[in-house]
Design a protein around this ligand. Structure first.
Ligand code: NAD
Ligand code: ZN
Ligand code: ZN
Length: 387
C-alpha cells in the first residue's frame, strides 16, 4: 500500500514528506494506520545527530546507511492488516505504539523489565525486528527505490507503517488517540521517572529540571505520589506556568536560581529526588543537578545526552559520603504492556491530566513548524494528527 511519510535523509536535514510503498505484513507483523503522533524531543536527536551512532559503529554491524529514516515513536492508530501468527491484536483494534517492543520471553521481559526487552536494540538496525528484512521503500524524491529505516521500528510520522506485533499494545477504542499517543512515550516516561525510578514518597522534596512533554509528566507523577514540594525548573516562562497547573509548588528559571530556594524550602536538607528531563542533557549539567539533591538523594537521568558524551561533572566525594545515587531510565522504567493501559485507566477516572498536555496539533506537512515550536519552547507537546 502507498503512504505519505516524514523522513530525514541524514544528520542536519529537515523533515521531508515523501510517498512510500508499505509491503504486506509477514509473520508476527501488523500494518498500523497512525492517527496521531507526538513531537517528542527524541526524534530531534536524530536530526541533530546526537542520537546517531558514529558511521564506524554501523559499518561494523554491516549496515551501509541508517538513513533515510522515517521518524516518530510516540503514536497511536488502528490496525488495518495482520500477518500470519498475530494473536494479540486484530484488524480494527486501536493500539498504542511502544517504542520499546516487548517480546514477553527474554530475560528482561520475563523479570518485569519490559523497558529493557532484548528486541529493542533494533532502532539502529535496518529492517524489521522480526526477520531483518525491509517493508518500506521510497517511491518519490532523489532516492526513490531505496529501502527505509524506521525510528524505534515504529515510524509514526507516516500514515501507514508495518511494525512488529511486539511494538503495539491494544487499547480501549473509545479513548482519544491523541491522548493514547502521548502516553506511549512522554507521559509514561515522565510519570514513571518520578513514581517508579525516583520512587517519590509522600512528603518528599522533588526537583524536575526541564519542563517539556517528559518533565511535565514527572511533575504530575511526583504530585500524585504525594511529594511535599514539587520544584519545576525551566528557562521558559510558559513552561513554568504550565508546571504550576500540573502540580508544581514552586518554579525557577535555572538550577542556579533554584539552589538557595531549595535549601531554604527544605531547611537545608535539599531535595530527596532530582529528575533530569532537559531537551539535551549535557554532561556539565549534572554538577548542579547533583548538588540540588541532599544526603541520600536520588538523581534520575531521563533526558538524553549526545551519544558521544562520555564526560560528566559528578562530584564523586558527594556521591559516596552523602550516599547519593544516580539512576538512568528508559521509559520511566515501566512495563509498556501493563503500564500504558494503567495510565489510560487513570486518565479515564480523571486522575491524570492528558488532554491539557496538547498545546497544538499539526498536519504532517507542518512537521518542521511543529519542531521549530518545540525548540522555541512554545509547546508543552505538539501532536501530528492524520485526517
Ligand atoms: N529516557 C527515556 O526513555 C526518554 C524517553 C523520551 C524522551 N527522552 C528525552 O527526554 C528529554 C526531554 O524530552 P521532551 O520531549 O520533554 O523535550 P522538550 O524539548 O519538549 O522539553 C525540554 C525542556 O527542557 C528545557 N531546558 C533545556 N535546557 C534546560 C536547562 N538547562 N535547565 C532547565 N530546563 C532546560 C527546555 O526549555 C524545554 O522546556 C529529551 O532528551 C528526550 O530525548 C528520554
Ligand atoms: Zn519520546
Ligand atoms: Zn523481551
Amino acid at each position: 500500500m502507498k503512504s505519505r511519510a516524514a523522513l530525514v535523509y541524514g544528520v542536519g536535514e529537515e523533515w521531508t514528506i515523501e510517498e512510500i510503498e508499505v509491503d504486506s505484513p509477514k509473520a508476527k507483523e501488523v500494518i498500523v494506520q497512525w492517527k496521531a503522533a507526538g513531537l517528542c524531543h527524541s526524534d530531534e536527536h536524530i536530526v541533530t545527530g546526537d542520537m546517531v551512532p558514529p558511521k564506524e559503529a554501523w559499518e561494523a554491524m554491516g549496515i551501509d546507511d541508517l538513513f533515510p529514516m522515517i521518524g516518530g515513536h510516540e503514536g497511536a492508530g488502528v490496525i488495518v492488516e495482520v500477518g500470519p501468527g498475530v494473536r494479540s491484536v486484530a484488524v480494527g483494534d486501536h493500539v498504542s505504539a511502544s517504542f520499546v517492543p516487548s517480546c514477553g520471553r527474554c530475560r528482561y521481559c520475563s523479570t518485569g523489565r519490559q523497558n529493557l526487552c532484548d528486541s529493542s536494540g533494533g532502532t539502529f538496525i535496518k529492517g524489521m525486528i522480526t526477520d531483518g528484512t525491509s517493508r518500506h521503500r521510497l517511491l518519490t524524491g532523489p532516492k526513490a527505490g531505496t529501502e527505509l529505516n524506521l525510528f524505534a521500528k515504529l515510524g509514526t510520522f507516516a500514515e501507514y507503517t508495518c511494525v512488529a506485533e511486539d511494538s503495539v499494545i491494544k487499547v480501549e477504542s473509545d479513548l482519544p488517540l491523541e491522548v493514547v499517543a502521548l502516553v506511549s512515550c512522554g507521559v509514561a516516561t515522565g510519570w514513571g521517572s518520578a513514581t517508579n525510578r525516583a520512587d517519590v514518597q509522600p512528603g518528599d522534596t522533588v526537583v524536575v529540571v526541564g519542563i517539556g512533554g517528559i518533565g511535565i509528566n514527572a511533575v504530575q507523577g511526583a504530585k500524585m505520589a504525594g511529594a511535599r514540594h514539587v520544584i519545576a525548573i525551566d528557562p521558559v516562562e510558559f513552561k513554568r506556568e504550565k508546571a504550576m497547573e500540573f502540580g508544581a509548588t514552586h518554579t525557577f528559571a535555572s538550577m542556579e536560581e533554584a539552589m538557595p530556594e531549595v535549601n531554604e524550602l527544605s531547611w537545608g536538607m535539599m531535595a530527596d529526588k532530582v529528575i533530569m528531563t532537559p531537551g539535551v542533557l549535557y554532561g556539565d549539567m549534572m554538577k548542579l543537578g547533583m548538588s540540588l539533591a541532599g544526603k541520600g538523594g536520588t538523581i534520575v537521568v531521563t533526558g538524553i545526552s549526545p551519544m558521544s558524551q562520555t564526560e560528566s561533572s559528578v562530584n564523586l566525594f558527594e556521591l559516596s559520603m552523602w550516599n547519593k545515587e544516580i539512576k538512568g531510565t528508559i521509559f520511566g522504567s515501566l512495563n509498556p504492556r501493563a503500564d500504558i493501559p494503567k495510565l489510560l485507566g487513570m486518565y479515564r477516572e480523571g486522575q491524570l491530566k492528558l488532554d491539557e498536555l496538547i498545546t497544538k496539533t499539526y498536519p504532517l506537512e507542518e512537521i518542521n513548524e511543529g519542531y521549530r515550536a518545540m525548540r522555541d519552547g512554545e509547546n508543552l507537546r505538539g501532536v501530528i494528527t492524520y485526517a
